[in-house]
Design a binder for this molecule. Structure first.
Ligand code: GTP
Ligand code: MG
Length: 535
């Protein structure tokens, strides 16, 4: 019975989305041409997709007087990596060390057919949410975590082996340097600056010697998770390995193991993670750079990063959001957006409604070169802040699901295209809000079922909905708050690189908003072209 209800409910959501989309399609056509600036950055099939995330500024991020660097990183990176591996079925291997984590997707995954920016942003966002939750147990945290993501598409098994071996080499170098620094300070009582200088400017053998002679430490005896990093493995097939009970080779078992093995050794690739090609140990890793996917930013264009909540229909149900508008959530979204603006002074304007936010980055003078790095940092700050501030806005409602946001980056070449983009999003806000206000009033005050309300509103235009609200529900739509009808705009105050911003719920479609703030579009305000040209 329960299952039947779920199916009916799901069908209702799909049908409702379809009808609603049809109505929106008719109403939005004037601005919808701006969608043609978006591009589908798809990946090629049958290659190893690797997503690499790096926590920026880890040393400045936590006050290490109270917690050791290695300890807090281990207590946050490991559980967050594990949570993501469990959440995303297609991840077959995860390798994490220090402030870095790599997720490897199964070669046969169909995820390549999605946008690369979607895959990268969802992983970065979900990981940032998990990491922020894990930070609850860490003392002395100074700000929200920011992860920078990159995506690699590796065509051959040898490339995967080389990629992971290179990562492990970095793990070794970072850990050896840290171990030397830590021991010189703690055991040999060196001044911090002197210890840092010795740790940084010495060869590998000199480091081992420093450890041995000044601190009586043999690096070989350090814990394997520090020297080798941590590998999470899941469900890899080929032969069963009787000698090795932890091996995940064998039947397609969804087994999950945590190990600290050596990627350099062939044993790993034979017993733990079996590849189809024969691979060997190599030492040239420089060629791997060319497999990094990049999204080069076009100069002199407006950059817009648009974030949209993943599966927020469910998220809002699980957290009992008010219908049609949950003001606490709208304010939390804006607080998260403000924090993004505080980190990026080159963002001139942000606009948001429902589960989405758009960030407009000024067209001249920004220093961003690579789009994937940019959107991963934006989505990371947004998600981290959303989780961190959740309890301030939802005092009595625990956060039960980890929120994640899909992000895309679009370049708009002219002021008119940018204005039309923002008009498109605000028209969307207006249409959604009017529909949802009508729909939930019919359900709540006219006692219609969801299906009846949906049928009743099918094919109606704005005027019909205004009339239904007024005559049948006694509601004057114009009295609804501008927050709901117009959405939220966050405006950088002067266009300078100071990071103060103001909040407004004004109309963005007419000229007034732009004329009153000449610093936003600059002298090119007059160059607005006629949208009719594009339709
Ligand atoms: P994807 O974005 O495709 O992952 O799907 P989604 O479930 O996030 O839906 P979509 O982005 O198309 O729409 C956002 C959804 O969030 C709406 O359909 C609502 O169900 C929900 N939502 C957003 N804001 C509110 C709110 O203030 N109150 C309530 N009750 N729901 C909201
Ligand atoms: Mg959404």
């Amino acid at each position: 019975m329960n299952r039947l209800f779920c199916r009916l409910h799901r069908n209702w959501i799909i049908q409702n989305k379809r009808n609603h989309r049809e109505i929106k399609r008719m109403a939005l056509t004037k601005y919808e041409y701006v969608k043609s600036f978006e591009h589908e950055d798809k990946l090629e099939p049958l290659q190893w997709i690797v997503i690499r995330l790096q926590l920026l500024n880890p040393k400045a991020f936590v006050d290490t007087e109270t917690t050791s660097h290695e300890e807090w990183l281990r207590n946050t990176m490991l559980p967050s990596s594990q949570a993501l591996v469990k959440e995303v079925n297609e991840i077959v291997l995860c390798y994490t060390y220090s402030n870095i984590v790599n997720f490897v997707f199964e070669k046969e995954t169909t995820l390549y057919s999605r946008r690369a920016s979607k895959l990268l942003s969802l992983i970065t966002s979900y990981f940032s949410s998990c990491f922020t939750t894990a930070l609850d147990n860490v003392k002395g945290v100074k700000s929200v975590p920011v992860f920078e993501g990159s995506l690699f598409l590796l065509p051959r098994d040898q490339c995967l082996r080389d990629f992971l071996s290179r990562e492990q080499k970095d793990c070794h170098n970072i850990n050896l340097e840290d171990t030397v620094f830590r021991n010189l300070v703690k055991v040999a009582n060196f001044e911090s600056s002197e210890a840092l200088n010795r740790a940084k400017n010495s060869s590998e053998s000199e480091k081992n010697e420093l450890l041995f002679s000044f601190c009586n430490v043999n690096y070989n005896n350090e814990p394997p998770q520090n020297k080798k990093g941590t590998i999470f493995l899941k469900s890899v097939q080929v032969q069963t390995s009787a000698q090795n009970p932890e091996s995940v080779c064998g039947n397609k078992r969804k087994k999950f193991v945590q190990i600290h093995e050596d990627f350099k050794k062939s044993n790993f690739w034979k017993s733990y993670f079996c590849l189809q090609e024969d691979t060997r140990l190599t030492s040239n890793f420089a060629y791997l750079k060319s497999f990094q996917r990049k999204n080069n930013i076009l100069p002199h264009t407006w950059l817009v990063a648009r974030l949209d909540g993943k599966g927020f229909h469910r998220f809002t149900e699980v957290h009992n959001f008010m219908k049609p508008n949950e003001d606490r959530a709208l304010k939390l979204m804006s607080a998260s957006a403000k924090n993004v603006m505080a980190h990026f002074p080159t963002i001139l304007l942000a606009y948001g409604h429902s589960d989405e936010y758009s960030f407009v980055i000024k067209r001249y003078g920004h220093r961003e070169k690579e789009g994937y790095s940019l959107i991963s940092r934006i989505v990371s700050i947004f998600s981290s802040t959303f989780v961190k501030f959740w309890s301030e806005y939802f005092e009595k409602q625990d956060l039960l699901l980890k929120p994640s946001f899909d992000a895309r980056l679009v370049f708009y070449p002219t002021n008119s295209a940018l204005r039309d983009y923002l008009s498109w999003r605000q028209a969307d806000c207006h249409i959604n809000n009017m529909y949802n206000t009508c729909f939930w009033n019919l359900v709540n005050s006219k006692n219609m079922s969801r299906l009846e309300a949906q049928e009743y509103l099918k094919g109606t235009f704005s005027e019909d909905k205004l009339r239904i609200l007024k005559d049948e529900c006694g509601i004057d739509y114009s009295q609804d708050t501008p927050l709901h009808r117009k959405g939220t705009s966050l405006i950088s105050q002067s266009g300078d690189d100071d990071n103060t911003c103001s909040t407004t719920y004004e109309d963005l479609i007419g000229d007034q908003f732009w004329v009153q703030r000449p610093w936003l579009l600059g002298n090119e305000l007059k160059s607005k072209t006629d949208t009719q040209d594009f339709i």
